[in-house]
Design a binder for this molecule. Sequence first.
Ligand code: SF4
Length: 345
Amino acid sequence: MRSRAPYDGPMTASPRRRVLLAAPRGYCAGVDRAVIAVEKALEQYGAPIYVRHEIVHNKYVVQTLEKKGAVFVERTDEVPEGNIVMFSAHGVAPVVHEEAARGRLATIDATCPLVTKVHKEAVRYAGEDYDILLIGHEGHEEVIGTSGEAPDHIQLVDGPEDVAKIEVRDPERVVWLSQTTLSVDETMETVDALKTKFPGLVSPPSDDICYATQNRQTAVKQMGADSDLVIVVGSRNSSNSKRLVEVAKLAGAREAYLVDYADEIDETWLEGVSTVGVTSGASVPEVLVEQVLEWLAERGYADVEIVKTAEESITFSLPKELRRDLREEAANLVAERGGSGASQE
Ligand code: SF4
């Protein structure tokens, strides 16, 4: 029997090595706003700023903010009385706001406005006495927050296999909503199964799966179809990053892996690989993608082509509590400078 030659890297295996870089990728408007909100709060009020749960699901972002003075906690009652607590981009249930008030905490709510939109839909449909079928992943913070808006009206549907067990009070008064970071295709499978069971099912007035999730999946679908291997930069607790791995494989990539950092890439993944697709989840700063591109370039994959499927220009303003205080601070500064408001330097 012939023994297998030891692996000596991709240089001998790939005729043309290239990288397809998906666009859009990385930070969405909701994550950008949440991260800036923590930074501004630290500047404005000083450390510590307590943050309930990871502000966004990314290890690097959380560690960087910790170094600047953010303290991440799991429960509101871990925050000492009189401090500031920030709620993450994933949103919280009303009961969490009540806990903070009881604990005499000042709050800054960095919930993404697109998550807030789903909360409002839940409140409205519950007010109209609909049964609400929330498509999402059990235990995900966003799902817990949305469910908490109308716990008596909401049932979780975690994929098509859950549909058989769903019962509603009136099949003519039932609506579906969803987590913002799901796979678009899988969600539609679940909706189709629900519609077969409840033909009167009402759809939400607009997409709950957010623009950023949809755009990143569209880009990875196109890029994944032409890639042997896809590397998704993102953390394991990031729902939208995990969905990108699944979408890449469904699109035709032979393999797809999720990595937090370039040094998690295994050299053997490159065996026989000519085209590597690269993308990143909505909570991933671009510096981590750049490190992956450098790592690949050092191994012969220096030729980078952008696969662009959409332009993004959405931005969200900072949480209102911060805007108010920043305005007040600016007004005080103007007053101290004699009311001109212009820099004298
Ligand atoms: S992924 Fe979508 S819903 Fe989540 S923070 Fe970003 S824009 Fe908002």
